[in-house]
Design a protein around this ligand. Sequence first.
Ligand code: PRX
Length: 645
Amino acid sequence: MTGKIDHTSHDEAPVFPSAEFAAQSSLNAEQYRAMYEQSIQDPETFWGNIAQELHWHAPWSRVLDWQEPHAQWFVGAQTNVAYNALDRQVDSGLGEKRAIVWEGEDGEIRTYTYSDLLEQVKRAANALLTLGVVKGDRVTLYLPMIPEAAIAMLACARIGAVHSVVFGGFSVSALADRIQNAGSKVLVTADASYRKGALVPLKGNADAAAQKAPILEKMLVVCRANCDAPMQPGRDVYWHDALERASSEHEAAALDSEHPLFVLYTSGSTGKPKGVVHSTGGYMVGAYLSTKTVFDLKAGDLFWCTADVGWVTGHSYAVYGPLLTGASVLMYEGAPNHPDWGRFWDMVQRHKVSVLYTAPTAIRSFMRAGDEFPNRYDLSSLRLLGSVGEPINPEAWRWYWRVIGGERCPVVDTWWQTETGSIMLTTLPGAFPAKPGTAGLPMFGVDAAIVTRDGHDVEDGQGGLLVIRKPWPSMLRTVYGDDERYVKTYWGEITGVYFAGDGARKDADGYITVMGRVDDVLNVSGHRLGTMEIESALVGHASVSEAAVVGRPDELKGECVVAFVLVQDGHTVDVDELRRHVSREIGALARPDAIYVADALPKTRSGKIMRRFLRQVAAGQEISGDTSTLEDPSVLERLAATVAQ
Ligand code: PRX
């Protein structure tokens, strides 16, 4: 990591919001500037005022206590995120408003008003208490995109249990590791889930994971499909039975502002994913303010964030943020191309979605499938579009704006991370023009800078490392069970600042373009994968003695996984079997697109694999850079020949 990054893309012409959109928008450029200025100069007053819009069971004595790199926000205050998301809304007269409109892949539709959702959450909270869950306990959720996922998250938040949502696409081993690492005694899962017309056997995976995670004692099983999964007496309880038996009365626990709200595992540059820990008060305030301002939500909006609750976007913008602002949320269980690539647009038309937030990979897939799908539907209910998870190429941005948004809807490109908890960079839709391919300006309280490896600002237009120089409320508090890793990874790489792991550049207007990861983390279809995590899965197979994994640019996925493996003596490598092995170890999302069998890897004399060269080889590029530090530079030619075959 040198801190100097070359870039080639040219700046795109700005796209302005229509006068009509700007006129109805809640924030204009001057208001943003004044608020931003205060949020940086006087963060305690700024965040104190924002937090007052929410309910606190007890007030704070100080807004911020910053003992670098540990922050406490709203020190001494007590609150409850579920109370703020539900009870507060019902008390203010939104009881009959739709909170969640859910559509199953099979077409089933369920609607929960704020009152309905509150009742379900109270019952689920009581059901968890009956299972022996107490404040501070971790509860793992391995669920499809069904309302019960949001209900279970909110029920945990209500009693002060710490949820750890594991994406339903993760394998048995990945699930077991995360249960064990978090020390969860309770798992909430479902019998199965519909995906592309088939059933995904979640309960079967959960049973297998339980074998590998001895800490697990109880399983709460939502019946989504046929209710025919085998249940283990004494361990497994059906969700519907438990909720039916549970009381619908429950008072939300008053929790310390710094009480952990959730753990969410994400990939880093070592072999083991890390459990990112978020707090109650700070996360709540960050999710609330960002949802309200970035999506410019109005009373009648139907907000659809298509992310799965297994990722941070699903936490902050499919559940917590919108409910904290009293919005109506659309939730969808299945695949975007079931029964065909028109599914999303059919849903936008039928449900009259007004704000849509999705990922560049999805946008590129829709683009490839052809305009005829969106053109079949009336998308005039849409008024704002959002993008998240990876850099969006200007071509996809323009397609989204033109074909989906009818050149009428601003597109907000939002940069943030599991660790940041809420959106950090974007252009507020009614206040500023967007520049396709560029995330934009810092959000309130975000003191972003582009620096060199030794922490010096780079000039505008130059590539460098993206850092944040001040604490913000929704920042991660630690890595679960490994505070040292938190300190070292985030605040130890570049002295005194939070290092995001991304390369970026800033233009003369202050707009920041995020160019991608500069560490050993891949971003495949907007999902983070650690190269070392995949390498350790590969060397876990008997036939592999060594492995090196790199990313290769991919038109659809942004980046795809390429592996180079050395064969263990006495074995032969079956590439398809190895790909299946990685799926079993991590999940299908980590399956390498290509695996090349090599006789050696490009290493320095001290034994370090030079991934930089492997990336060039994988992409079929000319080798550039100094190869003289390699023990055997001729390795590169042989690898290039293998890739070219
Ligand atoms: O590299 C950046 C990329 O996704 C990473 C964070 O991934 P994750 O923690 O899984 O969170 C994804 C959803 C917030 C970042 O380090 N990334 C995310 N959004 C953007 C982005 N890259 C460019 N532009 C974005 N809008």
